[in-house]
Write a protein that binds this ligand. Structure first.
Ligand SMILES: [Fe+2]
Ligand SMILES: [Fe+2]
Length: 229
């Protein structure tokens, strides 16, 4: 692992620590998952994941046509992310938690902000900068293990109820190696390194805000239920 990848991993790890001291993580540690918290989170994951293939393809717009290896990485990776949001639908449906109108409930403000920022990265900063997002997203399963263990234990889920986190992680192991390779080959200057770190930190920070937004909605719904009970 190069010095830069180590630096990137340190930045990402410290951002994960912040997420794990936030509202969502606290609720999960105290209460575990019930179907309501799980469904709220999975629907937000659906709402950002449905944009990933598209904003990865959009990120080629700023890349010069002579940068063939980076362009090839972006096009190939975009194609390989296509439809991954359907794993969320399949997982919810497999335990009877899905109905088509759920998707119309839309993305929470924090999810919309994350998606909007990712299109800004793609359109304004380009494919090299977006590697900062891919870096942590493709290798997030270790950091998410506490959460996915909770899901499995609290809701009694099997691997085939958790394809987004289980089958997906096998695909993403390969993606992560390809992202690391693309970073090592393309991120050379201090300016490029700074922008990749900035995008990694900002996208992960905003993902943490999304987790906490889910927790806020969960608490509001819980309070409403308690009042009407
Ligand atoms: Fe994916
Ligand atoms: Fe992936």
């Amino acid at each position: 692992m190069s010095g830069f990848l180590k630096q990137l991993e340190n930045e990402v790890s410290s951002e994960w620590e912040t997420i794990k001291s936030g509202l969502f993580w606290n609720i999960m540690r105290e209460e575990g998952f019930n179907t309501e918290l799980y469904k709220l989170l999975m629907l937000q994951i659906f709402h950002y994941t449905k944009h990933n293939a598209i904003n990865q393809a959009v990120a080629t717009y700023k890349i010069n046509h002579t940068e063939v290896p980076l362009l090839r990485f972006c096009f190939k990776h975009a194609l390989e992310e296509l439809g991954h949001e359907n794993m969320v639908v399949r997982d919810l449906d497999s335990i009877g938690l899905y109905s088509p109108e759920d998707l119309a409930s839309g993305a929470l403000p924090a999810t919309q902000a994350l998606v909007g920022y990712l299109y800004h990265v793609a359109l304004e900063l380009g494919g090299l900068a977006r590697l900062g997002y891919s870096y942590w997203a493709e290798s997030s399963y270790g950091h998410l293990a506490e959460m996915t263990d909770h899901m499995k234990d609290d809701l009694n889920l099997k691997d085939n109820n958790m394809t987004f986190f289980v089958a997906h992680s096998a695909i993403d192991e390969k993606h992560s190696a390809e992202v690391n390779d693309a970073i090592e080959k393309n991120v050379k200057t201090d300016t490029q390194k700074k922008i990749v770190i900035d995008v990694a930190r900002t996208t992960l920070y905003m993902t943490g805000v999304m987790f906490n937004n889910v927790a806020e909605v969960y608490l509001v719904n819980k309070k409403k239920k308690a009042v009407s009970a």
